[in-house]
Design a protein around this ligand. Structure first.
Ligand code: NAG
Ligand code: NAG
Ligand code: NAG
Ligand code: NAG
Ligand code: NAG
Ligand code: NAG
Ligand code: NAG
Ligand code: NAG
Ligand code: NAG
Ligand code: NAG
Ligand code: NAG
Ligand code: NAG
Length: 732
């Protein structure tokens, strides 16, 4: 009946559909688009965003930055401020902080000393807002720019199509429809914007159009706007602090050069529709683009770069690449379906948080460097990132099988290795190993600050990232790739542990800061979480060298096997673990110690059981924390960490409660709300949510395999929940 060729094609088609159905039993498209965010008004604190992990564009309800100057941010856009008056770069290079005693030896840190230079080093480099783009409304009679506000619009509808990464708005202005769609490029830092409206056509009698696009460039004031949703300052009072120059332009393209101190940023615009571009006034860094042909539609490609790009892709090709990239992201990575077949009414909200977090993490947290806490939405700590948070920001990529995205930044340990070896051995005088920075920037330099220099829980992280990679890619090349990092990490962890002759064990600290950053560093010794993490990490390093069939450095094993026992407290009726050895016995009621990250629950939850951990004591400790901690001051990843402690202790209903705790909120577009102590957005909360839900759904080493096969997820309640998973990996 069928010619051979068609038969083959038909068979291929059948095979493909079998492959697709078996591979895509979950209806991913319907689950993703079910949560497409919509707005009918701007949210004053969070944008709706498009982006690609290295670049993101935050929009108000017009899908542009017309009324609210949300930021356009990147992984590469940084600048340095001028040095303080009369200071030179030599002062920066020669900066030396204070030295503190570590068991009788003076160790030099990057804090204290020269306050002017210390402050400059804290604030520089800082991440810039590359510029904003918005609609311009003009008067039909005079052609002059009008002052229009959001309340002048009606019938406002904005939607983000999560499946394609396309954001669009439709609204009415003076009885006329305006449509805007905004899409981010996936390979470069660019957006394409299409505006459609009869208001674009010029008035036949005076040739004035009523609608255009503006570009504006703020001064990167470098100050720490800890809770501000916006980045940079557009005030005309700061006009002279920076310069913009309109370079050569033609009827279909233009380039603007923006210089801030020594840093130069180029914005290039291209369109298939002819346009004019003019500077609004000689004392504004604002430019207006107006179409100058008879059209109802204007499409622009707007790219941001540190060099002048040779040519820009077309608007249509950018849209195609967004559609293709997002579709493969949704189809190829891990997936959890919590709602099909579930009767528990909480499933829908948890599914919403998962889908929106998956979107926002790929927009904000998949760059070439570890992400900052606020991603590419705004600047928290001057745009810098925190290596201890890197676990929460990025370990979920491993469980959700997004290795391409994790690999963009996980080589940070290789690139920071030379400076971290130098920090450990040259600056601080340790006999071996690398000490990773805490708060840093793409150069790897440690930002000043006592906590930045004395925190230690960031140190074992690379061992966990390496181990996840080896579990996914168990090859010699993975072992070799991470070998130097694994060795330098475990070497420093070993030499940092101090052999205490009087007790015969190895102590951690003093000085050090614990996870909760709230104990006094010179008296803090043998913190419970850090001891467990040290044991766990050194065990992973040993396993690495065993897999490599190389001799495990003896110090690693000696230290691991002889670390101080986890500190415990016994008051006659109960035994619990303590935050650190010697902490006051009634710390459970002291606000100084129960207001911050409750890392005691991480002993069996975030971490698997480590050698010497008493699961009974861990359980009592966890329940004490649940009962007595001041959660009104907790935030972000605290709640997924609590959920993991519940899941590993088989209290699965409690795990769900923690994930949906009233203080752990995600807004209408999925932005993780910071809380009383940290600003919004706080993406470590989103990453931790994805890590915890993957672990609860797919399981962890030692969780019940049979339950998983029977359609029960090890960390979810037995009744009311039907959990389907695809493409996830087990947690350690
Ligand atoms: C706008 O959306 C909110 C909820 O998202 C809704 O309560 C409100 O009725 C909507 N307003 C209009 C004018 O559609
Ligand atoms: C900022 O200054 C430091 C110190 O001179 C330098 O290492 C770094 O590359 C500069 N960064 C930028 C973005 O100019
Ligand atoms: C900078 O140095 C000049 C010349 O020595 C001096 O007049 C001026 O007061 C100094 N400025 C500051 C801020 O120290
Ligand atoms: C810790 O000890 C050092 C001396 O080693 C001292 O300079 C520093 O002030 C102490 N810090 C605190 C917070 O007590
Ligand atoms: C077009 O311009 C003329 C002359 O300025 C003006 O009278 C007329 O109202 C304008 N048309 C529209 C639709 O605004
Ligand atoms: C524009 O209008 C808003 C409110 O509608 C007002 O606050 C603002 O001052 C106006 N700006 C100018 C430049 O007229
Ligand atoms: C705006 O988009 C809607 C579909 O969402 C379409 O029906 C309408 O014609 C568009 N209007 C303009 C002016 O392009
Ligand atoms: C912007 O700069 C102006 C002029 O220096 C200042 O008055 C204003 O407070 C600044 N705005 C913000 C949000 O920092
Ligand atoms: C702007 O430049 C002036 C003159 O150099 C300087 O005094 C001022 O601190 C700068 N303002 C900001 C907000 O950076
Ligand atoms: C900048 O432009 C160059 C040359 O066109 C291109 O290779 C590069 O990817 C662009 N960078 C970004 C961040 O868009
Ligand atoms: C002993 O400690 C436990 C756990 O912290 C606490 O619940 C209990 O009230 C304490 N008992 C006494 C007698 O202090
Ligand atoms: C967890 O608790 C459930 C009852 O809630 C029980 O059926 C199951 O066997 C327990 N699993 C483990 C590993 O203890």
């Amino acid at each position: 009946m069928f010619p051979t060729e068609s038969n083959t094609i038909y068979c291929l088609f059948l095979l493909c559909s079998i492959f697709l159905t078996s591979n895509a039993a979950i209806d991913r498209h319907s689950l993703v688009t079910r949560y497409n965010p919509t707005r009918n008004a701007s949210n004053p604190t969070t944008p709706m965003q498009v982006g690609n992990g290295n670049f993101a564009f935050g929009a108000d309800v017009t899908s542009l930055q017309t009324f609210l100057p949300f930021a356009t941010m990147s992984s590469w856009g940084w600048k340095n401020d001028s040095l303080p008056p009369n200071r030179t770069i030599e002062d920066v290079y020669n900066y030396k902080g204070e030295s503190w005693y570590n068991h009788g030896r003076l160790v030099q840190y990057d804090f204290g000393g020269d306050p002017e230079i210390e402050q400059w080093l804290t604030a520089n480099p800082n991440r810039v807002n590359l510029g904003i783009v918005g609609l311009v409304f003009l008067d039909a009679q005079t052609g002059l720019i009008q002052n229009v506000s959001e309340s002048d619009l009606s019938d406002v509808h904005q939607t983000l199509d999560l499946w394609t990464g396309i954001m669009s708005s439709e609204f009415t202005y003076e009885d006329t429809t305006i449509n805007v769609t905004t899409t981010s490029a996936q390979d470069i830092s660019a957006i394409t914007v299409t505006v459609s409206s009869p208001l674009l056509s010029p008035n036949t009698s005076n040739a004035f159009t009523r609608l255009g696009i503006f570009l504006d460039f703020p001064w990167g004031d470098g100050s720490q706007k800890f809770s501000a949703p916006f980045v940079g300052n557009f005030s005309s009072a700061l006009f002279d602090n920076h310069t913009t120059t309109l370079l050569d332009h033609s009827e279909i393209q233009a380039q603007i050069k923006h210089q801030m101190v020594d840093a130069i940023f180029y914005t290039a615009v291209e369109s298939s529709t002819k346009f004019d571009i003019t500077r609004d006034s000689p004392i504004a860094h604002r430019y207006t683009i107006l179409p100058h042909s008879d059209t109802n539609s204007l499409s622009l490609v707007i790219s941001y770069n540190s060099t002048l790009p040779s040519s820009l892709p077309s608007s249509a090709s950018l849209v195609q690449s967004s559609i293709a990239t997002w579709e493969s992201y949704w189809m190829d990575g891990g997936f959890i379906d919590l709602i099909t077949g579930s009767t528990d009414s909480r499933a829908d909200e948890l599914q919403r948080r998962i889908i929106l977090s998956r979107y926002l993490m790929r927009v904000n947290e998949a760059g070439e460097d570890p992400p900052q806490e606020s991603g590419l939405v705004n600047d928290g700590w001057y745009g810098k990132f925190h290596m201890e948070e890197y676990f929460w920001h990025s370990a979920h990529w491993a469980l959700w099988s997004n290795w391409d995205l994790l690999h963009r930044s996980s080589n940070v340990y290789t690139s920071f290795l030379p400076t971290s070896l130098s920090r450990s051995q040259v600056q601080q005088g340790w006999s071996s190993g690398a000490r990773w920075p805490k708060m840093t920037d793409p150069s790897g330099r440690s930002s000043p600050g006592e906590i930045n220099n004395l925190l230690i829980w960031e140190q074992p992280h690379p061992l966990v990232f390496a181990t996840y990679e080896y579990r996914a890619f168990p090859s010699l090349s993975t072992l070799e790739k991470w070998k130097d990092v694994v060795k330098a990490t475990a070497d420093w962890m070993s030499v940092f542990a101090w052999s205490n002759a009087s007790t015969g064990v190895y102590d951690l600290g003093p000085p050090l800061y614990v996870v909760s950053e709230d104990t006094s560093p010179n008296v803090t010794v043998n913190p419970a979480f850090e001891l467990a993490y040290w044991r766990f990490g050194l065990g992973l390093a040993e396993a690495w060298f065993n897999e490599l069939r190389e001799e495990v450095p003896r110090d690693w094993t000696t230290v691991k096997n002889n670390l101080a026992p986890l500190p415990i407290q016994n008051n006659g009726t109960s035994t619990v673990y303590a935050v650190y050895e010697g902490i006051e016995p009634d710390f459970w009621t002291d606000p100084a110690y129960i207001n911050d990250h409750p890392s005691l629950v991480g002993l069996h939850g975030w971490l698997p059981p480590t050698e010497g951990l008493d699961l009974g004591i861990a359980k009592v400790t966890i329940e004490e924390v649940w009962a007595r901690w001041n959660f009104s001051n907790c935030w972000g990843w605290d709640f997924p960490m609590l959920a993991m402690s519940a899941a590993r202790n088989n209290d699965t209903d409690k795990a769900i409660e923690w994930l949906l705790h009233p203080l752990f909120q995600f807004d209408d577009v999925g932005m993780p709300i910071g809380g009383v102590r940290v600003p919004t957005p706080y993406f470590p909360g989103s990453g931790a949510l994805l890590y915890a839900t993957a672990m609860m759904a797919q399981g962890w080493d030692g969780s019940d395999e049979k339950e998983r096969e029977g359609g029960k997820a090890p960390g979810f309640p037995r009744t009311g929940w039907n959990v389907s998973v695809e493409g996830l990996s087990m947690a350690l």
